[in-house]
Design a protein around this ligand. Sequence first.
Ligand code: CA
Length: 438
Amino acid sequence: MIELNHTHDVGARSWVASANVAGCDFPIQNLPYAMFRRTGSPEPFRGGVAIGDQVLDLAALAAGSHVNGLALDAARAAALPALNDFFALGQSAWQALRHAVFALLHSDAPAVDDLRGCLVPQVEVEYTVPARIGDYTDFYTSIDHALNISRLMNPDGDVTPNFRWVPTAYHGRVSTIGVSGQRFHRPMGQAMAPGAKAPTYQACARLDYELELGVWIGQGNAQGEAIPLERAEAHIFGLCLLNDWSARDIQFWEMAPLGPFLAKNFATTISPWIVTMEALAPYRQAWTRPANDPQPLPYLEASANREGGALDIRLEVWLESEKAREQKTGPSRLSGTSFRHQYWSLAQMVAHHTVGGCSLNPGDLFGSGTISGPGEGEAGAIIELTRAAQTPVTLANGETRGFLEDGDAVLLRGWCEKPGHARIGFGESRGTVLPARG
Ligand code: CA
């Protein structure tokens, strides 16, 4: 795991003044990556690093003489229209570029005037999916989410017998993954009404979101060569916000026995910024397993995972209805929790994914699985919050929701904060539901 170093220094300041504003998602301790260009321009997309309200253009940086050696190799790779080659360079190159960018953006940096030309205001840019995603796997690793869903069917219900032994997942669909700002039509599909004798073909009536983190795979592994738990985190480049939109009525009819299909393949929205594992290092926590629960099998057990396998990433879901947008009353907060409650760690997801011989490639994406916490108001999906529309939530303008309605925008936000360390944020993931086309 990555050691804390000078790039985590809470006292560090940037000459980019907006990076030093309290509550800013992108202080100099963060330095996340995205794929951007000036909005509506014919420019190629290229990698950028967020600093305050600006983007450091890595193509401009690589073309200049500000960085050299491994950091220059990394900047050149990150300047391409997808981050896959940069991911493939591995941890030492990622660290070299982070440390070089930190030095250049630091308030003590010389030659600041030369660098101003490498900055583009975030309000002037648009983003795209930051890498060519080869494969997408969505996990199911929150025990509170799994229990909430199980208890909708049976108040005394428990998770399935495998949940406490295996980090379960399904292989998902890449073609409909979009970056924040994604708008999609309410999906059509089959649903079976309670007591009905035959399903109907209809627009989804139970549209939901799922609060998740996206896990970007950096270096991969060869087919047949499993990644051991001790080395698993070195294969993760960083994390983004991920909304796994879910059509619950379609899902509950179609998913036996092979799992979700149309219920999950119509849209997935990710935040443009990837927060690196190095930036997240200060917010690690011990990974624990209740004493009465099964302890992990040996291939899912390691001391480093026990000591720091959990991450305290605060997460929130907000909903802005079409009416709230028209009235300019703003979004309503639906829930908030932390990723630290997750039953299986990121390293365990990587190790388990590969233990049978499956290869991962740079730019593969995992969903963490819906992130729900143990308390009231910590649910990561509306089906949990409203107990499948039995107890609707009330928005700030008085509207109520059991499931999502047309025009609803769902916003995910995430950040880390801890005494003695900087607050770093993930920015935002926003997706909007359009009416069905059926
Ligand atoms: Ca999911």
